[in-house]
Design a protein around this ligand. Sequence first.
Ligand code: G6P
Length: 370
Amino acid sequence: EEIEKGGFEHFMLKEIYEQPKSIRDTMRGRLLVDEGVIRMAGVWDHQEKFLKAKRIIIVACGTSYHAGLVAEYLIEDLARIPVEVEYASEFRYRNPIIGKRDIVIAISQSGETADTLAALKLAKEKGAFIFGVNNVVGSSIARITDAGAYTHAGPEIGVASTKAFTAQLTILSLMAIKLGKHNGNLSAEKFNALTRELDAIPELVQHTLETTAEKVIEIAERYKDSPNALYLGRGYNYPSALEGALKLKEISYIHAEGYPAAEMKHGPIALIDENMPVVIIATKTGHYEKVVSNAQEIKARSGQIIAIVNQGDQEVRKIADYVIEIPNSSEEFSPILAAIPLQLLSYYIAVKLGKNVDQPRNLAKSVTVE
Ligand code: G6P
């Protein structure tokens, strides 16, 4: 096992640091930047289905569900196809309306999650085209789907998903860009700009790992004994807030909630006082000014602000207790970069609390019972 960990203390840390490679592996052979092509046979062989789709429904659980929420922004923005994202466990029991022109995409690292598998079977019975985004080759979901695209993140051992999540975001970005190109919603210029940027994301992830870890360790030390934490984000980074909170809960057992920043005033704001750390994702693209004003509301109530910002940010720095800088990117790819310090923060808090990071209590890597 020590050999498998490759010098890292835990699988989770190893997997966090593997992300420049796992993202690159997921794009390999698919993203051909100089030729202006995205190759995805699973989509291309069924282009009729995708180009005529009325709606895409994404079903998933846990972290994969959060990747699905980012995909909703990606696909609606870039390809203008309506998307719904559902917890597989809810979808399967609510007599959903599904038609022949619907595409149901299951996102699952393991490809074995019982609820996701059952949701797909239901969609298939109702005549939808079913598509899998899985990491484990030959898994149950991969076997029953009409088509799919594997994330090539490599085996993920840590129960809390890290590299599988960013690989899912990578695949879903490729899909959204490809669909947008072929259904005429993305100009050649925008296609080229996005693909060039995505191609460089592994280096930016590497840079993020190198430049944020030290600061994150300091923040982990400061807040490790807090009983609660709130995570806020908007737009593409609203799912990032949910995922950040999930990571913290899973491995440190600290109660954490992720919320859309603007929704804070309808409840969570009541919890804010000097003992409440609030992690806020305030990247420059998207709804920056709005998030800044949400941060001001937190500060006015003496909340502790840990802000994830872009390099060179000036505004948030004035009000935040801690800032973590991530590289500048288009909004579309900011959840990949924001995921890195969020993963590291949960990891270091859990380690400092002496928790079993790779195998947290009560959780399983693959949930094959409902
Ligand atoms: C479990 C794991 C999570 C994972 C979820 C969905 O709860 O602990 O890390 O996100 O299942 O798993 P899947 O394999 O379907 O992505």
